[in-house]
Design a protein around this ligand. Structure first.
Ligand code: A2P
Length: 323
């Protein structure tokens, strides 16, 4: 799947990235999944400090490059993210260095602020958890992320990341960020699938030259909406896929690419890792059929409110789907 996009600074980003969050289970699972993905042809890996498996990703990358001398580090696009407890200026700088060490690379291609939430740390390796079992929110830094963004800009200027951006940010937060940014965010990574097309935000990002990246593009398979219907059980989506002989996942990946953004499917299953990377020809008619399923929906599966003790999308609480 050779589709790629260009970031506003001219950096090329492969359209399909391999998500590494699903594979944080047994030791070796991430290593095997990343090895498999790279051997199939994925060149874009989506990682995060929070996934606690950057070390395994780094080992897989190192071994893959050693075994395949025709592939160079610069052929890969590696993203990682800073977690909530490391939003203070100096902690962001610690976080990137820590991630680079784990990933065994001198730079990442993209460095993101994982959530628009700043939380207190126990120490650099652990977020502080309050008596209520939730993160201890740093209100000032959450409300004014300028120090965090200044550190992101430093990481970019120093060449430790070829692009920088955010994840899970709303239009309101981006407006604030754009008001003081010297380096504009190149990316906003958000949840997008046919039950959460996120059209308004996607349009806003396009207008501002910020590339969207879709996480949970398959509709977060483990979550069941309050309506009872999972994305993967939607009748129309399955009919369109079956009629054409491609999988439901291939349909949703092609739909996202056609809408103009990066798609980050994740899987630990070798056959699914492979089939998710096979491109399909999506007809205009079938693209429209998926658009129609998506039309008017706004069902969010990833809602960390209970963990964070902070609501990133307060205006949406009624529309949020519970697991
Ligand atoms: P598995 O690792 O067993 O393949 P999302 O990114 O929307 O949150 O979805 C990720 C989930 O989707 C994972 O649990 C993954 O499970 C599953 N998955 C990935 N690819 C496919 C596929 N082609 N068909 C069905 N399920 C898939």
């Amino acid at each position: 799947n050779g589709i790629s996009f260009k970031l506003s600074n001219g950096v090329t980003i492969p359209g399909v990235g391999f998500g590494t969050f699903a594979s944080e289970g047994a030791k070796g699972e991430t290593y095997n999944a990343v090895m498999k993905a790279l051997s199939i042809g994925y060149r874009h890996l989506d990682c995060a400090w929070y996934y606690l498996n950057e070390g395994e990703v780094g080992e897989a990358v190192q071994d893959f490059l050693k075994e395949n001398p025709s592939v160079k580090r610069e052929d890969l696009f590696i993203t990682t993210k800073v977690w909530n407890h490391l939003h203070r200026y100096e902690d962001v700088l610690w976080s990137i260095d820590n991630s680079l060490k784990n990933l065994k690379t001198s730079y990442v291609d993209l460095f993101l602020i994982h959530w628009p939430i700043a939380a207190e740390k126990e120490n650099q390796c652990t977020p502080k958890i309050g008596p209520d079992g939730k993160y201890v929110i740093l209100k000032d830094l959450t409300e004014n992320p300028e120090p965090t963004w200044r550190a992101m800009e430093k990481v970019y200027v120093e060449g430790k990341a070829r692009a920088i951006g955010v994840s899970n940010w709303t239009i309101k937060g981006l407006e604030q960020l754009l008001s003081f940014a010297k380096v504009k965010p190149h990316v906003n990574q958000i949840e997008i699938h046919p039950f959460l097309p996120n059209k308004e935000l996607v349009d806003y990002l396009e207008k501002n030259d910020i590339l969207p990246q879709a996480y949970s593009p398959l509709g977060s398979q483990n979550q069941v909406p309050t309506t009872g219907e999972k994305v993967s059980e939607n009748k129309t989506l399955n009919e369109v896929a079956q009629k054409n002989g491609y999988t439901f996942a291939q349909l949703l990946i092609a739909w996202g690419l056609r809408r103009g953004y990066v798609v980050l499917p994740k899987s630990s299953n070798p056959a699914r890792i492979e089939s998710n990377f096979q491109s399909i020809d999506l007809s205009d008619q079938d693209f429209e059929a998926v658009n129609q399923v998506a039309d008017g929906r706004h069902f969010r599966f990833v809602n960390m409110k209970d963990t964070f003790g902070y609501d990133v999308w307060p205006e949406e609480s009624k529309a949020t789907i519970s697991a």
